[in-house]
Write a protein that binds this ligand. Sequence first.
Ligand code: NDP
Length: 290
Amino acid sequence: MTASRLDGRLCASAVENSLKVEVQNCMDSGVNPHLAVVIVGDDPASHVYVNNKVKACERLGIISTHISLPSNTTESELVTEIERLNADASIHGILIQSPLPKHMDEEGITDLISPSKDVDGFHPVNLGRLVQGRTDGMLPCTPAGVIEMLKWANIETEGKNAVILGRSRIVGMPMSLLLAAKGCDSTVTITHSRTQNLAEVCKQADILVAAVGIPELVKKDWVKQGAVVVDVGINRVEDLSIERGWRLTGDVDPDVAEVASWLSPVPGGVGPMTIAMLMINTINAAKSTI
Ligand code: NDP
């Protein structure tokens, strides 16, 4: 078996096309959706992510304000910036690009964003709603993007065994909640660094989502024949055979394609979907002000 490609670029482009009319509807009601993206420091990968988000806004006619602060910004200066953005009625979404410099409390900072502008979906109010099974609010973009991609490919989730590698606040845990929620109805197993016999647990999965951050951790013999495998990982590994000296790889060994029915590529899988979901959250935040 060679896995079909769970193509995040194609799916994200379909989502974006459906959003253009939504942006127009907002504008017709006198509201131009507006996203503020705040980045602190000079991490090159983070700047690439922010630029991709800004470009997606441009494609859709969403206003974006890109606020770039130096790495020596103090936490109280960042808090002041967030308070200013919270109070600005013309801004509908606020995104603080992760990771923040080490001297800042990233979770504490997230908590300060007004839940109605929390387009990353990380605020305790929005994550709390998800725990309650309310999936109609501001959902974390990466896991919501995975769900959208599964729907787009007509992959059945009801009654399936889903195994999630990773239990982070931003990917693994909300991914588990979304797959277990009414509507998706999977039977979910959450795994992490203390899980025993990880390979055997993974082998039970009809749907396997890897969000660990370890290059090519998931091997072919961890995966059941015909399983759907979603690779969330984005890892930069040295590759001296190409001019820039590095390449991106996921958490899943590419050989998994020999046994899986579907496999999402890295890059071009979950990454573009994360941005598409950010656009949805921003438009929904704008719509809620009409
Ligand atoms: P975190 O580091 O926050 O979480 C990693 C999780 O993996 C933790 O729960 C950890 O367990 C678990 N883990 C670590 N080692 C192992 C192991 N050997 N076996 C099983 N579980 C393990 O990472 P994130 O969730 O933020 O990100 C995960 C990956 O996804 C990264 O590569 C990141 O770059 C990528 N990512 C991609 C996005 C996209 O848009 N495509 C968006 C966000 C992230 P424990 O809790 O016990 O420490």
